[in-house]
Design a protein around this ligand. Sequence first.
Ligand SMILES: Nc1ncnc2c1ncn2[C@@H]1O[C@H](COP(=O)(O)OP(=O)(O)OP(=O)(O)O)[C@@H](O)[C@H]1O
Length: 718
Amino acid sequence: MRIFWDDSKAREWIASLAHSAATGDAAACDCDDRGSPMPEIKLAALDTPPYRVETAILGLKAEDKPDAEWKDGLAALADPHKALAPAKVGRPPRPETEKVKPPPKIQLSAEQEEAKRLAVLGGSSLFITGGAGTGKSVLIREIVKAFQAKDYEIAVTATTGIAGLNIQGSTIHSWAGIGLGNGTPRMLAEKISSKRDLVWRWRRVEVLVIDEVSMLDALLFDKLEAVARAVRKDPRPFGGIQLILCGDFFQLPPVVVETRSNGHLDPELEQKKAYLLKRGSYRSNFVFDALSWSNCVPRTIALKRVFRQTEKDLVHHLDCLRRGRTDPDIVRFLTALDRPIDCSDGIMPTELFSKKKEVEAANVARLQALHGFPYSFKADDVVNPACLERIAEAERSRFAGIYLSELKRSTIAPDWIELRAGAQVMLTKNLTNGLVNGSVGVIVAFASLDDHEVARDHNGNLWFRREGHKGRVQIAQSAVGSKNRAVTDFAAKVDCKPKAKEPDASALPLFAARVKEVSDDSLRSSRKWPVVRFSKGLARDESIEMLVPSMPFDFESAVSGKTVATRKQVPLILAWAVSIHKGQGQTLPRVKVNLGSVFESGQAYVALSRATCVEGLQVLNFSAEKIFAEERVIEWYRELEEEQGRNKREGSGSEEQESEPTTSKVEAEAGAVAKPGADEEVVEIKKEDFYTAAAPHEQAPEVIVIPDSQPMQAIQCC
Ligand SMILES: Nc1ncnc2c1ncn2[C@@H]1O[C@H](COP(=O)(O)OP(=O)(O)OP(=O)(O)O)[C@@H](O)[C@H]1O
């Protein structure tokens, strides 16, 4: 059905449908004549016309349904007056076939239930681990729901945007407000303390979830721990926040050392890392070797049952690969998977590569196969003039050059990107409406804001209507409001006045508005921007169309933590093929894994374990040497298993420890570490435990206490 506010529009539409019906075209339904989808609230608010037009039969061709119903339908179309009837309040039920099936409800296994109980009722910080597909993310979602039902203030985060999306959360970096996490804990705490909402967020939170924690490095964990104590003014480990950490250290390791484009390691970061390891502060970059880990995470739970795959051979082989082991059987098995998989239904497999360049090449090939008009978007790079002010004039252009090349090297936003309608794309920024870095969508059109009526809803979201489209299109805004200058400027220049003629405008969330002037080039009305349809969830109604304009990508100085240069670019990349890094956490029923350039421990295992079955897995360039695991991780898990085995034998397993969590492996190593109470001494953190602005060299270790009552009290919330 379709709702009309104006009967002349209804007649016009019926006439066009009559034509469609005659030519056998299907008709679209369920929207109003202003192009908006019809949520319950709107219908309920209307008691005078609109008119309701039943069009359910229009999707059928005459030869499919040559019965009375079809003939009546055509008769109604021939006489539009017959098709008009007063609208009923409330939405009529959809035909059975159209109903959105809710996703099947997952029943937690006994071990998942036990972990949930310990997290929610035990009140203790936990690390939940287990191989790929053992349901860690599913468990996290259930734990989050349970905490929310108890009205806990819970923050749901992950180490990457795409993993965050998987659990309906954000990245730990964006939640914590630490940017890239550069600078000392004191700098980060000061940065947070200058923003009232961030301080509020840190102080209110009771439970912090971090998924895919294998990618969080030890140093950053320690920084966050120190920041938590400082900002919350609470000396307990992690400022008294209950941590629910989740991940598998046999999967991807932390990204600490960046490679330069010429393939050499970044000498500065390498030097600092070597310095820290030499000084013995850290045994490895893995978060379990963080100085504060044993204090903060007293209990580890390992899930054993694999859910993602059910074929026994596949499960067994993947378990061996996880530990870096192969045997002739596994080699034979994987070599045989170098064959095409059945894609006769047109759904192509997601391609996984280890290197960015390979991902780009595969995506470009797919893009070029599309016939639509190519739109290209060039990045606009600028240096922050304030950062050059304190530099001697003669040196400014050299520094500007350095900032720009560092920006170019570090940003995810490409110098230049070509896009076409039909392209599969991935967001590279978090947006205000819950879409995050990692969300995948399809470009459905390109549109300019020229001549469009733009509207703002009560939440500040901007919308417009696209020609020939039944719904509204939202204008994407970055989740970090102040950083999204282009859209903020644009919003400020929109004249928002309620439109007088709107029937019952107060009942509608829209206020009509017009673009007065857009001075910012990135949103100049004549430019066309991609309109992307994102599917926000499994339900059909949850898909959303967004006009995605260019947005700023800031480059922060590793020393000062300040933005020194900014790139403006459309926050999209092509996404038929993705990197293994982005694939971590995903379940992919059809996947083509290319192991040609595997260079890191865990990469091959992560890629192969995304598959759900042998039939949907294609493996290219496999060889036994692509499979390897980190020695430190093997050792850590061996010790964990030994400890758990001992506990079981001694009858002091998890069942007995429900209310009194067991001493963890790491805790045992470090000696008994009691959680300090509120009146106990603040934990001291040595300066050499952190990267500092100064070049690493031997210096007398100066002790910094965080929080240090004097300086930390001086940090004011704005
Ligand atoms: N209790 C359960 N019953 C049925 N299916 C489950 C259960 N737990 C998880 N699954 C399914 O198993 C698959 C993998 O789950 P999930 O992504 O949570 O695993 P994971 O341990 O987080 O994997 P990874 O380490 O690869 O990110 C998903 O398809 C999920 O729906």
